[in-house]
Design a binder for this molecule. Sequence first.
Ligand SMILES: [Zn+2]
Length: 223
Amino acid sequence: MKVQKTVAAAGGALVLSDLYRSYDMQLQANLDYTSGKKKAFSPPPGGSMHEAGRAFDLDLSRIKTPGLAAFWALASAEGISPIIAKPDTGISEAWHFDCRGSHDRIYTYYRAGKGTNFTQAYTAMAASAIVSTGQRVDALGEDPRTGYLQSGLIRLGQEIGSMDGAIGPKSRKALAALGIAPETPLDAQVAAMTQRLQQEFPREYFVSGVPMVETAQPAHLSV
Ligand SMILES: [Zn+2]
């Protein structure tokens, strides 16, 4: 593939290590970090894009810095973003890449101070991505559906204050503004929200025209 060839031409090899992590896997990764068993930073569950299937790690010992630089040059066009400032295998987290997609809007929203319940905009973005796959995020309450609705509202340009999983007057007003009746059953609201998101972000869904679970990466993406 093109990316592999480009990295190889720079003298490196493209080897993926971590991709999706479940809640329990993320918990273990965080424990390994906090206990000192592993040096690689890993946040507690609810804060990693790996839990949404929207992140991957590269084996730095294989790709090497010139290969990493070559990878960076191709990555942004595919919607892939690093989380450090420059391609240098000596920097912590140089291995980690995110596919932020529409959840980048949650990041921007929190950076602008429009939500205040997450101290890091990145954590809010990860929570949004995780809850949008139907998984529970502790910071967003018991039922992932309410966090998903709020994530959708923000991604569609509504201002609701904090994304906390509690549907209050601001969230209800924003839902109504998008033509989603807040008094209808939660599943109906979720289905309507998915349709709105699908229309706005078609690249995040493999099949258009049918409400379905959000997918992590564009179908054409291959590394
Ligand atoms: Zn990672």
